[in-house]
Write a protein that binds this ligand. Structure first.
Ligand SMILES: [Zn+2]
Length: 354
């Protein structure tokens, strides 16, 4: 295992890289279940193809026109010439959401082992993100005690748990009742509240917190502009911390490996952000970028696709050989990609302009 500091670069407001570490273990399903995941993705593409054609860009709302930049898994993708957002040809709608968001099954009884796994996931994936956010807010002049956070789309509560672990005042809202139940059981206290999606803009409009966090959320919100307008109108909110998938090398690897599961463009991701569309979005609500942390999984995706392709072509021995050569340099390769500003994911801290 590499030392984390060797694969992270800090340049004033920009940070790049993060050791992939246990992610290989976490994503092992992708290797073992390529066919199942491809079927699921095809089912989700079927649902999107039933929707109306997307007429305007998800971010700048200018008309979509001209030729698509590329197609992958039966879907055309248009790169917006105005803001640089990547839009699929079909619109994400309530009907699409009802068809694709599967409700997970959650048990009623949890063992100590479940709690341990929850804590490990929180510590390895979410605690570094929470520490980054709090560090940047402190650099911006906030005392730890005055930071208050509402996590929208809190999922299973990992990020709220990480924030509370750091002693930060934080709560989450989440649409899925079973996930809220699971999060609160794992936390041993009520950290999340179940809310219906229609209520979220109103909750954002009325919250008294100074920071709203949206971790892997904006790409799934159907009525993005209601949410953004609510943030804009509530001047108590001074910071937004968000994480979104980006138009990146992963898209190109996916388009060139049509027999491998498309984790990035497709499925529930019907559009992808770019640095310029994020900037366009922030400016539209009176915010500006104050810090970012880029670490993608482009090289992990490439590694997975080459491995799966080698297996598919009857080359399991060469796949093993490839693993031995590629995995030790994966973090370094990804750091190069992260610094190229064409990586698959970003974490961005936005501050309300004075
Ligand atoms: Zn646009």
């Amino acid at each position: 295992m590499q030392n984390d500091t060797a694969i992270e670069v800090n340049l004033d407001k920009k940070k790049y890289g993060k050791s992939i570490g246990d992610i290989v273990k976490i994503k092992s399903d992708f290797f073992n279940h390529n066919e199942d995941m491809l079927r699921l993705s095809a089912h989700q593409a079927d649902a999107l193809l039933l929707q109306k054609k997307r007429e305007k860009c998800k971010i700048c709302e200018k008309p979509i026109s001209g030729e698509p930049l590329y197609h992958s898994q039966r879907m055309d993708y248009y790169l917006c010439p105005v803001c640089g957002h990547l839009n699929s040809a079909y619109e994400d709608t309530e009907d699409f959401a009802e068809r694709v968001y599967l409700s997970d099954n959650y048990e009623n009884n949890y063992s100590e082992e479940d709690r341990m796994r929850y804590r490990q996931r929180m510590e390895s994936i979410y605690l570094p993100k929470a520490s980054f956010l709090i560090g940047k807010l402190e650099e911006d002049g906030l005392e730890k005690g005055e930071i208050s956070i509402l996590d929208d789309g809190a999922g299973s509560g990992y990020f709220v748990s990480a924030l509370k672990h750091l002693g930060i005042k934080a709560r989450g809202i989440e649409i899925s009742g079973p996930q809220v139940e699971f999060a609160n059981r794992m936390a041993g206290e009520s950290i999340l509240e179940q809310v219906d999606s229609g209520r979220i803009p109103q909750i954002i409009r009325e919250t008294g917190v100074n920071t709203v966090t949206l971790i892997g959320v904006l790409e799934h919100v159907i009525d993005l502009h209601s949410l953004l307008t609510a943030i804009k109108d509530n001047t108590a909110i001074r910071y937004i911390f968000l994480s979104v998938p980006l138009f990146s090398f992963s898209c190109i690897f996916e388009a060139s490996h049509q027999h491998c599961y498309n984790r990035h463009a497709g499925g529930t991701h019907t559009h992808l952000f770019s640095d310029s569309s994020l900037k366009y979005m922030a400016e539209g609500i009176g915010f500006e970028e104050t810090a970012s942390w880029k670490f993608g999984s482009d090289m992990m995706d490439l590694y997975r696709m080459i491995s799966v392709s080698l297996d598919q072509s009857g080359n399991p021995k060469l796949r093993e050989y490839f693993e031995g050569k590629f995995l030790p340099i994966l973090d370094e390769l990804q750091l190069v990609v992260d610094k190229s500003e064409f990586a698959s994911e970003t974490h961005l801290l936005l501050r309300r302009k004075a």
